[in-house]
Design a protein around this ligand. Structure first.
Ligand code: GAR
Length: 200
């Protein structure tokens, strides 16, 4: 299965997926890495791994529809059947999602449905939760609300600041996102209602 990865910044999750894809026997490969910003550090990291890259800037398109159409066009031109949002800081509309039905994944740095949105490591600390973590989920038009594929929990320690907690969570992101891609590529994920069944 060919995967298109959408990024906006550092791209460490993109690297973790790309490294998994490069390992022997992994059932997916990276078709293209697309950034919505020309200065995303992840672009250089992708290029240095020999991956195809593209930049699609919202500001260079007449409207959101045109921006998303361009994303879709590039993904299709690279035969991508699965789209992975990896630190892609934009909400995609149902028009875009209709081009890849049930085939868009996202990673979010909290245990959804707790703490959707932004700055969630700070929110978790301020709320006083004892555990946080990360979630890979299918993307729907509602932000951070789609069916959950995999989660990993980490403790929130006293004295954590958002960057310490983010680093602890990121380590788990790099483990579960490639695993979710593998399950998807092996055809083992089935959406039932708002839950995801994983077949053995
Ligand atoms: C990751 O922690 C990811 O979970 C988060 O942004 C970071 C991107 O890091 N995504 C979101 O907050 C999406 N709402 P990366 O660019 O190094 O993969």
């Amino acid at each position: 299965m060919r995967v298109g990865i959408l990024i906006s910044g550092r791209g460490s999750n993109m690297v973790s997926i790309a490294e998994a894809c490069a390992s022997p026997g992994f059932p997916a490969s990276v078709g293209v890495v697309i950034s919505d910003s020309p200065v995303a550090a992840g672009l250089d990291r992708a290029a240095s791994m020999g991956l195809s890259t593209a930049v699609v800037e919202p500001g260079e398109h007449a409207d959101r529809t045109a921006f998303e159409r361009k994303l879709s066009e590039i993904l299709s031109a690279h035969d991508c059947e699965l789209v992975c949002l990896a630190g892609f800081m934009r909400i995609l509309t149902s028009e875009f999602l209709a081009d890849f039905p049930g085939r868009v994944l996202n990673i979010h740095p909290s245990l959804l449905p707790s703490f959707p949105g932004l700055d969630v490591q700070r929110k978790a600390i301020e709320h006083g939760v004892r555990f946080s973590g990360c979630t890979v989920h299918f993307v729907t038009a509602e932000m951070d609300a789609g069916p959950i594929v995999l989660q990993a929990a980490v403790p929130v320690e006293s004295g954590d600041d958002p960057s310490i907690l983010a680093a602890r969570i990121l380590e788990q992101e790099h483990r579960i996102y490639p695993e979710a891609v593998r399950l998807m590529a092996e055809g083992r994920l089935q959406i039932e209602g708002r839950a995801v069944q994983i077949s053995p």
